[in-house]
Design a protein around this ligand. Structure first.
Ligand SMILES: Nc1ncnc2c1ncn2[C@@H]1O[C@H](COP(=O)(O)OP(=O)(O)OP(=O)(O)O)[C@@H](O)[C@H]1O
Ligand SMILES: [Mg+2]
Length: 279
């Protein structure tokens, strides 16, 4: 099971959008996926079209991490119904996209100082979960307890950045914090990768900042970059996956996330889980 955190120190740069885009690509690729919505604002839960009530959110699960079964509290994304309706999947690609729902309660862990025991809470919960090839963790915009808890549970961290001065500076600070964290708490964590989001091709400032990012981060800057997309909020507001939204611009965005997914995740081994599940 590959576990990927999507984080940034700066708010509003597109963490949730990248999480949703990668989840959409994973669903289209037939990778059984769990999205953990670690942000107390629960934007990813909303964007994934989750309507289920009566199940505990991730905050309650973390509080009881030694005994709680995360697998019992996840709910299917509303996107799965669209894929089922389209009938566009084979028997070995049974669509699986579940959500560990965000909850304000998780905010109790988002403090600057968290002990080792608290840092391991999400890893402990995930160690008892099975049947997924990929886990995507949408983090809150801070480097406090929740983000560090996500890093502790992850194989890979993706940092989202806009090609703008403060965002690039924030990414560099986050890289330094992550490197210190990796040495002390998570030696098996792969080096972070950076995703540039909201790139405007005609903007001189963006072209300049992207070149700067390439120079600063080299091969850690992932390709392709994600373009600024006019109908993004409409798609997310409708709680739709970008792969099921009509029009050429959505198709282009879907292709971008397909490529990013293959650059971030071992898609073949992640997908093979589905065959085991179906069998
Ligand atoms: N590539 C894009 N093109 C157009 N709009 C975008 C793009 N990426 C993100 N947005 C919009 O920017 C806003 C912030 O994005 P998002 O919520 O994904 O950021 P975030 O980093 O998760 O924010 P927060 O720090 O509050 O959790 C949203 O309204 C989203 O629709
Ligand atoms: Mg967010």
């Amino acid at each position: 099971m590959q576990v990927v955190s999507i984080s940034s120190l700066k708010g509003g740069v597109g963490k949730t959008s990248v999480t949703l885009g990668l989840a959409s690509a994973a669903l289209a690729a037939g990778i059984p996926t769990l999205v953990v919505d670690l942000d107390p604002h629960a934007d990813a839960t909303t964007g994934l079209g989750v309507t289920a009530a009566g199940k505990p959110g991730i905050g309650e699960m973390l509080k009881n991490s030694r005994r709680a079964q995360l697998g019992d509290s996840v709910v299917p994304s509303g996107w799965v119904a669209n894929v089922r309706r389209s009938g566009n999947y084979g028997p070995e690609h049974r669509p699986v996209l579940d959500v560990a729902m965000g909850s304000a309660f998780s905010g109790i862990y988002d403090r600057p100082e968290v002990g080792r025991r608290d840092l391991r809470r999400l890893a402990t919960l995930l160690s008892r979960v099975s049947g997924y090839g990929l886990v995507l963790i949408d983090c809150p915009p801070s480097l406090n307890g929740l983000t560090r808890m996500a890093w502790t549970a992850s194989n890979r961290v993706l940092l989202v950045a806009e090609p703008a001065l403060f965002s690039v500076a924030g990414t560099e600070r986050t890289m330094r914090a992550l490197e210190l964290f990796r040495r002390e708490f998570a030696p098996n964590l792969a080096p972070a990768a950076i995703i540039a989001n909201r790139v405007r091709s005609g903007s001189n400032e963006h072209t300049f900042r992207l070149a700067e990012m390439k120079q600063m981060f080299g091969g850690l800057l992932l390709s392709p970059t994600i373009a600024e997309q006019a109908n993004w909020q409409q798609i997310q507001g409708a709680a739709h996956s970008v792969h099921h939204w009509p029009g050429e611009s959505a198709k282009q965005a879907a292709r971008t996330f397909d490529s990013l997914l293959t650059n971030v995740v071992e898609t073949r081994s992640a997908r093979s889980r589905v065959i085991r599940r179906a069998g």
